[in-house]
Structures are given as structure tokens and as C-alpha cells.
Unconditional design. Structure first.
Lengths: 114, 111
């Protein structure tokens, strides 16, 4: 069981470039989440998904897009990267909101936009 | 507006010096309060869930408690390997798909 995996670990983008952050989980979890973490700040929810084909916005969705075609994968797309998107991005998953609700996190992607 | 506040921002301890971290919350209806540990360069790792006031959970040198307005994470006789950032998060009833996180407390334990 690999848990939640994310690629890449690090990336440097130029302003205006686009990229996709990959997230895969092998625990058959229904719920998946994307967060960003800035220094001295808590984790902020970008997007989440309650199952394949269903996604919704979190607190800070502007500049991002997501899709969920399978239970396992939940990629995050950055279009027209901006310096404000420099951050560490975490993907997380959880089985079912009716059960114990701890989220399992991936190792993160550190993104720098210059 | 729902809010989660952690204090202090940073805590430096000598090995064996017990202390407590605070997480205060203002939410309309709490479904659960969560503690996570985060090591540098890694994702948060789940520690505890607390559901109701008066509840306590323990794991090795860590003990989490919950009241109606705050939670404490007590570190008893800490060791250098307890050095990490500890995050508190709340799950509120009206939005039970998401967690609201505090900014965290960074704990450094010196040998």
C-alpha cells in the first residue's frame, strides 16, 4: 500500500506557464482533496472531490482546475501560473465521512513560480 | 466566521521538559477536532480525533484533550524526535466534507 503519492516533488515554473500536479491513492478512498500550504499559514483547501466525476471548489480555487475520472486519481491543473501560486501543495484522501474522518496526506509538491 | 487559532506559534523545550499546545476554535457546531504532526518536507500525519468535550486520547508522550472552546496537546517528557509542527483542524457539522486548519505550533526539543 503506497497510500497517497504525488508527483513531481519539486517544480519551478515561469510566469504564464501551465502544469499538472498528479495525485494518486491506492486505498479506494472516496474523498480526495487538494490543499496549499504557505509559510506561517494553515492548510487552505483548493478543490475537493467526493467521488469519480464529482468535484467542487474549496476556499481558494481561483487559478486552478481539477478533474476526477477515476477513484484513484485527482490531478490539479494550474493555468497561467502566477507568483502568488508559489506554495507547497498537498493531496489528501479519506474513506467516508460517516466513519472516522482522518485524512491521509501525500508528501507534497513544492512549486515556485518566477 | 469559523476560526481555528493555535498558540504558541513556536515552542522550544529541553528534553524532558513537559508542556502544552493550545488550539482554540470558534465554530457553529463541532463534529470533530483533529491533531496532526508534520515533519519538515513531509505531509501531515494523523495523530488523534476528539469528538466531544471531556474526551481524551493518548499516544506515547502525547495526550490530547477537548473542551467546548479549545483543545490541548500535552507533551510529557519530550524527546528530540518529538520535534515537529503540530497542526489542529476542525470538522464542522454544516460543512462536513472539509477540515479547517490552524497555522500550527512548531515544537523544537533540544537534547
Amino acid at each position: 500500500n503506497a497510500g497517497v503519492t504525488q508527483t513531481p516533488k519539486f517544480r519551478i515554473l515561469k510566469i504564464g506557464q501551465s502544469m499538472t500536479l498528479q495525485c494518486t491513492q491506492d486505498m479506494n478512498h472516496n474523498y480526495m482533496y487538494w490543499y496549499r500550504q504557505d509559510p506561517g499559514m494553515g492548510l487552505k483547501l483548493i478543490y475537493y472531490s467526493v467521488g469519480a466525476g464529482i468535484t467542487d471548489k474549496g476556499e481558494v480555487p481561483n487559478g486552478y482546475n481539477v478533474s476526477r475520472s477515476t477513484t484513484e486519481d485527482f490531478p490539479l491543473r494550474l493555468e497561467l501560473a502566477a507568483p502568488s501560486q508559489t506554495s507547497v501543495y498537498f493531496c489528501a484522501s479519506t474513506l467516508d465521512r460517516e466513519v472516522i474522518y482522518e485524512q491521509y496526506f501525500g508528501p507534497g509538491t513544492r512549486l515556485t513560480v518566477t | 466566521e469559523d476560526q481555528v487559532t493555535q498558540s504558541p506559534e513556536a515552542l522550544r523545550l529541553q528534553e524532558g521538559e513537559s508542556s502544552s499546545l493550545n488550539c482554540s476554535y470558534t465554530v457553529s457546531g463541532l463534529r470533530g477536532l483533529f491533531w496532526y504532526r508534520q515533519d519538515p518536507g513531509k505531509g501531515p500525519e494523523f495523530l488523534f480525533t476528539l469528538y466531544s468535550a471531556g474526551e481524551e486520547k493518548e499516544k506515547e508522550r502525547l495526550k490530547a484533550t477537548l473542551t467546548k472552546k479549545e483543545s490541548f496537546l500535552h507533551i510529557t517528557a519530550p524527546k528530540p524526535e518529538d520535534s515537529a509542527t503540530y497542526l489542529c483542524a476542525v470538522q464542522i457539522r454544516s460543512n462536513d466534507y472539509k477540515l479547517s486548519f490552524g497555522a500550527g505550533t512548531t515544537v523544537t526539543v533540544r537534547a
